[in-house]
Design a protein around this ligand. Structure first.
Ligand SMILES: *Cc1c(COP(=O)(O)O)cnc(C)c1O
Length: 357
């Protein structure tokens, strides 16, 4: 194996101890991680090393002001052998976009992509093979200056950690119920909503906790100004099917430009389905569910791929979609995207990156 980066391997792998039949999400990490530090205006020599503790001081600036960005992508064991990564170039580009907003230096795309490849090759026995499972890949950059004054940090670390994951929703591919955001807001135009950054999640925790207590899987965020238009769900973009048209909120600065969202829009157009990227109000959603013109709603995101929505609660009222069953377009998109990811279906847009192992 050709190794591009300085590599320190584990003495013995932990992979034999992992119960691959009962994988959760985000709890187990593979043997190795990638690290590259930034100081004096440039990135230093990258390194692959055993996954493990890092030493930080309590004055680490990220801990105080949240100057950090992250990505999340997946690698799949291909049915016919080899390992497929889904659209890694798009994730590298989006990390630039997030980094720019947070004054974080960009990581070179080639370094990002080759680091992902090398980690996968090195930890290939960690890539699970059951349907619905994947190796989750988490690149992230954070400020590492020991300074608690508020300003842009001069030091950063870029890491990539990976780990095997099972199906995201414990209920499986069954509809979830959502609750609108009520008095809380997540992001406003000009803020951080279109960056993949820790702060957005910090803002979402209390509302998500309250929603869970009331029996809802996630919060459906409405726009912060008028509390009227659909933004997105905690970790997913939203799509609706109304009169056979696929409708999704536009990228206007408050929501993340999801790569699954982009894949869904490409496929729908490819299949001849009409697509509208436009604002859609909660009132339009509720009334068109009631009059029968809206037949499906689903979330899109790397973790869940497609997550059908069965119920939406808004201001004391709950509406049910498609008898709380998965709709045909959600099912078709899920089958197609997971089929492309596993290499079972044709990949007309060149989304799959094959890692030679
Ligand atoms: C990551 C994320 C998504 C989904 O994006 P994908 O690229 O499809 O995984 C949607 N919303 C938010 C807030 C996210 O952080």
């Amino acid at each position: 194996m050709y190794v591009k980066y300085k590599t320190r391997k584990v003495e013995s792998s932990r992979v034999g101890k992992i119960d691959f039949d009962h994988l959760g999400f985000g709890e187990i990490f593979s043997d190795h991680m990638f690290r590259m530090d930034y100081e004096h205006g440039g990135w230093l020599e990258p390194e692959i090393l055993p996954f493990g503790k890092i030493e930080v001081l309590p004055s680490l600036s990220t801990l105080h002001y949240g100057q950090s960005v992250f990505e999340g992508l997946k690698a799949f064991r291909a049915r016919k052998g080899g390992i497929n990564v889904f659209r890694p170039d798009k994730h590298a580009e989006r990390m630039w976009h997030s980094s720019d907003r947070l004054c974080i230096p960009r990581v070179d795309k080639d370094i990002f992509l080759t680091a992902v490849d090398e980690l996968i090759r090195l930890d290939q026995t960690w890539v699970p093979s059951k349907v619905g499972t994947a190796l989750y890949i988490r690149p992230f950059t954070f400020a590492t200056e020991d300074y608690i004054g508020v300003r842009v940090s001069e030091k950063y670390s870029f890491f990539i950690i990976t780990g095997p994951v099972g199906a995201y929703y414990k209920e499986g591919f069954n509809p979830v119920s959502l609750m609108t955001s009520g008095d809380f807001v997540r992001a406003v135009r000009g803020g951080l909503g279109e960056a993949k950054t820790a702060a957005n999640y910090a803002a979402s925790l209390l509302p998500a906790y309250e929603a869970k207590k009331r029996g809802f899987a996630q919060v459906l965020w409405l726009d912060a100004l008028e509390e009227k238009y659909i933004d997105e769900v905690g970790t997913m973009n939203m799509c609706f099917v109304k009169d056979n048209v696929l409708i999704t909120p536009p990228l206007e600065g408050t929501i993340l430009a999801g790569i699954t969202r982009d894949s869904v829009l490409h496929l729908a157009r490819h299949w001849g389905i009409k697509v509208e990227e436009r604002r859609i109000s909660i009132d339009e959603v509720l009334s068109s569910i009631k009059d029968g013109s809206m037949t499906e709603a689903f979330g899109t995101g790397t973790a869940a791929v497609i997550s059908p929505v069965g119920k939406i609660y808004h201001r004391g009222e709950t509406v049910t979609l498609n008898d709380n069953r998965t709709g045909p377009l959600a099912q078709r998109l899920f089958d197609e995207i997971t089929g492309i990811q596993s290499g079972e279906r044709a990949d007309p847009f060149g989304w799959v990156h094959r890692v030679g192992i």
